[in-house]
Ligand binder design. Sequence first.
Ligand code: GLN
Ligand code: ZN
Length: 737
Amino acid sequence: MSPFPTSTVLGYPRIGPHRELKRALESYWDGRATRDDLDRVGAEIRERTWRRLAELGLEGLPSNTFSMYDQVLDTAVLLGAVPARYRDADDPYFAMARGTEQLAPLRMTKWFDTNYHYIVPEIGPDTVFELDPGKPLSEVREARALGYETRPVVVGPVTFLLLASALDRLDEVLACYEELLSVLAAEGVAWVQLDEPALVADRTPEELAAVRTAYERLGAAGARPGLFVATYFGETGEALPVLAGTPVEAIGVDLVRGGVPGIDLPGKTVVAGVVSGRDVWRTSPERALAALAGVRAGRVTVSTSCSLLHVPYDVAAEPRLDPALKERLAFAEQKVAEVVALSRTAFPSSTAGLVPAAPSVAPSVAPSVAPSVAPSVAPSVALPAPVAAEGRGPYAERAAAQAERLRLPPLPTTTIGSFPQTGALRAARAAVAAGTLSREDYERRVEAEIERVIRLQEGLGLDVLVHGEPERNDMVQYFAEHLDGFAVTANGWVQSYGSRCTRPPILHGDVGRPSPITVRWAAYAQSLTGKAVKGMLTGPVTIVAWSFVRDDLPLRDVVFQVADAVREEVSDLEAAGVKIIQVDEPALRELLPLRRAAQDDYLEWAVATYRRATSGASDRTQIHTHLCYSDADQILAAIDGLDADVTTIESARSGGRILGAVKAFGRGLGPGVYDIHSPRVPSAAEVEELLRATLAVLPAERVWVNPDCGLKTRTYEQVEASLANVVAAARELRDAL
Ligand code: GLN
Ligand code: ZN
């Protein structure tokens, strides 16, 4: 077996440096481009990636890290786990991902503690696993035709099945992986990477036994490539000795989030993730080399802590960033260069395949000189102790005061905040940035859009209105642009799901709110209508979760700084006459540590930051919160602890499983009845059915009727039709109450 390359990355961004894949996908979905057009763009992105990685000097090039939508969905297809109902669709792959006129899509949820969303495989009694190795094989061949030998990357069997809640199907799935190994071996592939991030979370003895079974069996496969099992997003812990006891040749460990493994791994190659795939800071060569030197293994090679999917492409594409900040930054391109430089420093004769040279010598090729956070960051202000909810009275009193003030009908209808972002608005923002449109003209257009959204909602008969968020490019970036301590990027796109990307801001200094941010838009919207308009803010945890964050302060302290800024905004909104304020915390669960031992502490401070942000509101002001996931089971107590008067939560796609869980909250609840992730328009009958299911579990006087999330990604056509059906369904049931 050839030795594992001395430098590699676990994966690379794939949306394209200028989001070429996004555009190609959306053109294809809209019928403006053919499948061939789309495939051509995919091939160009793959080719560019391999060429670039090779140019930067990386030795081990991954393949099959490209995806038309999601790597978990790709793995489901690889294993033949395509539910029967999608097989006859025009394009079963995108039908599973996005739904069709007739079919709801598969469920989507967040990938571990990232803001990347994967498609949850659906495995049931009818699932027949059958290997379809087309995609990894064709990528290997495609790279080979360009002159590159690659290491295909596939989600590993244990993680795949855990994500699908189907670990009992291990035996069948392993047969497919065995076949895959033999197909890849026949193709002359030297190494395969099986991603097992699930191994960094707490695992039961049965699950660890499954790890042993899986890798003993795959290790025993006849002709096969070298097996590289990549664990990431934290410390591998108890799964590491288990893996070490199997025949796998290489094990990937995350040395950024986890410590140096405490055990000797004599017969193994450790692929040491010392360059972070989760932040944008340059790597400290001293720290990285010390970590490499600490690993006791047969062989050590240098890698990223996880796939670089979670960082943008290139710092060089950011001409407007402050040069002093830029110095401290590394995006995917820079991180690859760091991996290469570290590997060359740590292993001067790179083909040796030996234990690393003593890295006590300062690196000759410094991958970066700046420590990950420059000392120029001003020391933080001392933070006052967390404020509890003492500012607000008990719920019953609040509810009475709010009912009196708001006078809403039963089953009030509302939306989550954003309305479709039109191309015209985005173009107008770009024109302001380019200096071809004046601020005043832009603001008039935003006002016109707010007016249109208000009239639309009045026409549809919604009860609580929103201004539609037309002034926001993004729910986090917009706030980052108006707060001190943040920088925003021009091209720092990171894939969120499918064709969707965000540009996470960079939180690099102390946070402050120099002036009100949303008040003028909220007040303007309220001035147009007699109905209540909800003010719309992003919560402190979410602002931080969806940013790249300074690493010289505990995360908790950073979030409290943001909470104070939000608290000031809440108070200014109230003063401007806004009666309902929604503070979204869709990322509350995302930051939940993967290990149980760390979770309680996190949840305690996270809830405290939310309360700090909202507890200045009077009892007459109704506080809403919004969370975008249905698998809230682990954080229910925390959601309850937010003490929001109304909680809206994703539910439409999940068959009502959230309802029983949130039932115990004694406050307002809006389980989503319209899945906004899909272009499909739900019928009134469908919405009514979801509402009936809701009312069977929750008392009617606490139920709100709303979509799963904001409407920003949909078209007006879809939204108008869908909301009309939502309102019709609510009225129907309201009359029957
Ligand atoms: N208010 C935001 C919106 O409607 C919430 C988005 C979210 O939860 N992701 O767009
Ligand atoms: Zn949401």
